[in-house]
Write a protein that binds this ligand. Structure first.
Ligand code: HEC
Length: 154
């Protein structure tokens, strides 16, 4: 009789330890998966960027030379996507539309642009993955600024 009590006690202790271990394992697995997925997506974003965007926006996101002046064709050159450009001044929604529909369609009014639409080339998910890659290259200040304007738009 006197022995059953401490036994039950220790079994309860075991259950607590087991549950705690489960929770810790689940938490670690979630963190690891997030990190792993994030890493994978950034790699994919970088690869998509290299194939579809780098020819105009530069392999290092540096944009075309003299991008603030109109080119010989009378159109704007491709701006940089790093913090020296103004990509980070635009909300998620606008950036997505520009890539999907092209600048001419987004600005309208007969505006002509060398920024082509990618609706037939990239899936929506591809576009978000590329945008995630671009954001990952911005310093914290630009990232926070862009996040704020994106939230205001929603
Ligand atoms: C053929 C050249 C070319 C390619 C390829 C291209 N762009 Fe552009 N992009 C431009 C030009 C030129 C502009 C400036 C357009 C304008 O404002 O008229 C621009 C503008 C943009 C803008 C607006 C930036 C800002 O600061 O306002 C975004 C975002 C953008 N491009 C993303 C992309 C992404 C992402 C890809 C690849 C999926 C890509 N572009 C591929 C030429 C290109």
């Amino acid at each position: 009789m006197t022995r059953s009590k401490p036994q039950r006690h220790s079994r309860f202790g075991l259950v607590v330890v087991a549950i705690t271990a489960l929770i810790v394992t689940a938490a670690l697995a979630t963190i690891w998966l997030r990190w792993w997925n994030g890493g994978m997506d950034l790699d994919r974003g970088a690869a998509l960027y290299a194939v579809h965007c780098a020819s105009c926006h530069g392999g290092e996101l540096e944009g075309e030379e003299d991008w603030k002046s109109l080119g010989d064709d009378g159109l704007l050159p491709a701006p940089p996507h790093d913090e020296t450009g103004h990509t980070w001044h635009h909300s998620d929604g606008l950036l997505f539309s520009i890539v999907k529909e092209g600048s001419a369609a987004v600005i309208g009014d007969g505006y002509e642009s060398n920024m082509p639409p990618f609706a037939d080339v990239l899936t929506d998910e591809d576009i978000w993955t590329i945008l995630d890659f671009l954001k990952s290259r911005w310093p914290a200040r630009e990232r926070e600024f862009q996040e704020q304007i994106s939230q205001q738009e929603n």
